[in-house]
Design a protein around this ligand. Sequence first.
Ligand SMILES: CC(C)(COP(=O)(O)OP(=O)(O)OC[C@H]1O[C@@H](n2cnc3c(N)ncnc32)[C@H](O)[C@@H]1OP(=O)(O)O)[C@@H](O)C(=O)NCCC(=O)NCCS
Length: 329
Amino acid sequence: MTALREVGILGTGSYAPERVLSNHDLEKLVDTNDEWIVSRTGMRERRLVSEGQATSDLACESAKRAMEDAGVGAGDIDLVILATVTPDHLVPSTACILQARLGLVNASAFDINVACSGFVTGMNVAKSLIAAGAYNRVLVIGAETMSSILNYKDRGSCILFGDASGAAVLGPYAGQGKILDMHTGADGTGGMSMVVPAGGSRKPCTPEVVAADEHKLVMKGNEVYKFAVAKFKDLVVEQLARTGYKPSDIDLVIPHQVNLRIIESALSRLDIDPARIYINLDRYGNTSAGSVPLALDEARRAGRFQSGSLVSLVAFGAGLTWASSLIRW
Ligand SMILES: CC(C)(COP(=O)(O)OP(=O)(O)OC[C@H]1O[C@@H](n2cnc3c(N)ncnc32)[C@H](O)[C@@H]1OP(=O)(O)O)[C@@H](O)C(=O)NCCC(=O)NCCS
């Protein structure tokens, strides 16, 4: 049997649309206020697409930046994995739309639907395929237009999310971003805690469905809150147990940007200095599959980690799903 190859992150990129929706803007849409949102979530503003902009448009920008950063051309990519719960269309996949847009003529392409765990899950799938020798340059993207499925009459959910995209090019390890450990998991019994009830085969869209906003996200906030705190803690503890590192060895944790209270609550159960957690949810909210790659790219470009740093990615979300990855940058 051929030995498995080591896999690295060759480049990263991200893109958030320009339009800003602040807490004060939300006060005009639903019965809420800036003080409530900041104290319960840590969020101050989020980005939204402009009229006519869709998930593939966000994905395209972040992918171009990641490919440029990695120094690869369109012909070099042999697989595109695009994580999203807000595809441009039900069919075809947004990955195929992107493949055509970027002229990735040598690439296979498919979407994965793992919600907020999407990018890290996509990375882990890519890592396995590259390690096995099946592909050489995989473009992994997390991209979401959450505003397209939010109910802006529901103050319990619409305040939390924004639109954004992030991407990475993975390939055989070449001295940067070696993936040391990965894990993914799911518990479908919790699936109905975050659901878009209609628009799929169970309940196709009709005028009645749309009038009742059943094509929009419905969330049991308290259930998700408890799951997220526990899963965040478990993912880090298990990652350290598998790899033999101590909490103090981790230079930066890049968590899914879910909610500052959830992150702080999980951290209080872990022996990790809060200064070693990357947070940008105050500026973008929760951008689902876009969240971790946007934070990874921002943190990297801001010099929050360097060559040799140990970086932990931790994500969890609807499904329920979760994924983690440990990287020696
Ligand atoms: C949604 C969330 C912020 C609600 O915070 P909370 O402290 O649990 O608030 P509760 O749901 O207990 O509601 C408390 C009160 O605030 C009200 N409230 C809810 N949203 C509000 C808002 N945007 N503005 C003002 N008041 C609000 C509720 O109606 C409730 O009022 P009541 O006591 O009169 O009934 C929190 O549960 C959460 O973050 N959950 C996780 C959701 C998530 O991150 N999902 C994505 C995971 S990937």
